[in-house]
Write a protein that binds this ligand. Structure first.
Ligand SMILES: O=P(O)(O)OC[C@H]1O[C@@H](O)[C@H](O)[C@@H](O)[C@@H]1O
Length: 283
């Protein structure tokens, strides 16, 4: 199966799915087309020159999600969502290259100099019939110190009309932080979450490992995961106009469903590893 590598990106094509376009900058998947249809949203105003994070596709948030914590200093100094989405990544190796699927392993470049922690961050992207898997692999390579991080895959899923979308599968009783309500802690009352207004919620410790993004007519995408426990659901509605890199009306063309480990910092002991996976498939 063709894996095409160039200076800026990696393009993977399989018989049924074409192509996944993967940027070295931020290990950013910017396009996933199935049956001739684009399944990820990428803003036409996204900045693609490496000067800021790319608006759309699948940004990787690591080692923090959201605004930085107040301490320790090397975490407090980070930008929103951390540095993984703005590092240059490299191709480690091709894991699989068969007609059933193609899989590549990418390695992140070094963190900012002030972030003096020993860890290894890699990302395995697997393209199979009608599904895209993205695995984050974090290893504490220190011999003596713990390593703490948050991690999240910030997938911008393309939808025909966000205002008609329902998120199906959120467990009744799950606690969530509502960023639209000044970070108020709430408890989910159950049922489907309608995306008909600005939504920015972090559902914490979900029991389910799968959500459906229903376009309103039963079609859509399924997002399932392993080892992640939280899921952010975000669409700014018309508030998206305040983002300089968001195209006009772009907020109606995506819903972000973002599995992650973000309700607290995950701690890895020396030598320990964390392997988490997201699988997006056609519903
Ligand atoms: O503009 P950024 O840094 O890519 O963040 C986009 C959004 O990312 C979401 O995950 C957050 O919950 C939102 O609060 C945030 O606005």
């Amino acid at each position: 199966m063709p894996i095409e590598k160039n200076e800026k990106s990696l393009v993977i094509t399989t018989e049924s799915v074409r192509p996944v376009n993967h940027r070295w900058y931020g290990a950013h998947i910017t396009s996933w087309q199935v049956d001739g249809k684009e399944r990820l949203f990428l803003s036409s105003k996204a900045v693609m020159d490496g000067s800021k994070p790319i608006r759309g596709g699948i940004p990787i948030c690591f080692p923090i999600f959201s605004a930085p914590p107040s301490s320790p200093p090397e975490y407090a100094a980070l930008k929103q969502h951390g540095f993984a989405r703005t590092l240059t990544w490299t191709l480690d190796h091709v894991v699989m290259d068969r007609s059933e699927g193609v899989s590549v392993r990418l390695l992140s470049g070094p963190p900012p100099a002030e972030f003096k922690h020993d860890y290894r961050l890699s990302y395995v992207v697997t393209l199979a019939k009608h599904q895209l898997s993205t695995d984050l692999h974090i290893v504490n390579t220190s011999k003596s110190e713990d390593f703490k991080f948050q991690a999240l895959l910030h997938s911008y899923l393309a939808v025909p009309d966000a205002k008609k979308v329902k998120i199906v599968g959120l467990d009744k009783g799950t606690e969530y932080i509502d960023k639209e309500l000044d970070f108020k802690r709430e408890t989910w009352e159950g049922g489907d979450l309608a995306m008909d207004k600005a939504t920015d919620r972090v559902y914490q410790n979900l029991k389910t490992k799968e959500l459906k993004v229903d376009n309103g007519d039963g079609s859509g995408l399924n997002v399932r995961w392993r080892e992640f426990v939280d899921c952010t659901i975000w669409n700014p509605s018309e508030g998206g106009r305040s983002m300089p890199d968001m195209e006009e009306g772009g907020w109606d063309r995506y819903v972000c469903v973002e599995p992650g480990y973000v309700h607290e910092f995950k701690t890895l002991k020396p030598g320990e590893e964390f392997l988490a996976q997201q699988v997006i498939s056609i519903a």
